[in-house]
Design a protein around this ligand. Structure first.
Ligand code: SF4
Length: 223
């Protein structure tokens, strides 16, 4: 039986990529060794056994903490149903969700009429259902030393790349060339909503016919 360590479970609006604007239920999993310096979910990196808490504690968090609860897919489904959420789109994020086999989780939700999406760095083998929408946000040369996997780049339904410098754009182009990715929709996402990063992202999107993803949730002040 699969178990998932859940840091957060909440309903909101998807603010990034193709599903921007879609009411969604976010399941944030605990654990990530990738080590991005700009990561805005550093509290999900470590799995500390003393931080295991109850489902209720996770559901009622009012601040970002490293607390997590371990649940099986059926328990997660019951929890979502019990919350009375109206959204029918599940986003499994992290942390690095592909540290887990996501197939049983996504399959169960799909069997109950939900669409599913995962957001991954592409540095772990992607194990999920065929119909799951896979967002790969490739993380190149990060502190953890993980490599972006070819299988992840090829499985991606969309590629969402954080950018602040020309080097980030060059890294993405090298990855796309290396894996011969030509058809997958590419989104550029300015890091930390900085003006310079936003201008670079806009100019690069226009030059390459890529799309801009501006993390809408951060502009309208929701999670
Ligand atoms: Fe943070 Fe995601 Fe990078 Fe992990 S892969 S360090 S969760 S941005």
């Amino acid at each position: 039986m699969s178990h998932y360590k859940i840091n957060e479970l909440f309903e909101t609006i998807q603010g990034e990529g193709s599903f921007t604007g879609q009411p969604s239920i976010f399941i944030r999993l605990q654990g990530c060794p990738v080590g991005c310096s700009w990561c805005d979910t550093k509290h999900t990196w470590e799995i500390n056994l003393e931080s295991q808490v109850s489902t209720q504690t996770v559901l009622t968090k009012s601040a970002e903490t490293d607390e997590w609860v371990e649940l099986e897919p059926e328990e997660i489904l019951r929890t979502v149903q019990g919350q009375g959420f109206k959204a029918r789109h599940i986003v499994v994020t992290g942390g690095e969700p592909c540290m887990y086999d996501l197939t049983p989780l996504c399959q169960l939700f799909e069997e109950h009429g939900y669409s599913t999406q995962i957001e991954t760095s592409g540095t772990f083998e992607i194990l999920t259902t065929e119909s799951c929408w896979v967002t790969v946000s490739p993380k190149v040369n990060m502190r953890g030393g993980y490599k972006v996997l070819s299988s992840a780049m090829l499985r991606a339904n969309e590629i969402k790349h954080p950018v602040a410098t020309e080097q980030h754009v060059d890294d993405l182009k090298a990855l796309l060339n290396q894996h011969q990715i030509t058809e997958t929709q590419v989104y550029l996402q300015p890091i930390s909503q900085k003006d310079r990063a936003t201008k670079l992202a806009i100019d690069t999107c226009i030059d390459n016919n890529w799309r801009l993803s501006v993390q809408v949730h951060k502009y309208i002040g929701i999670e």
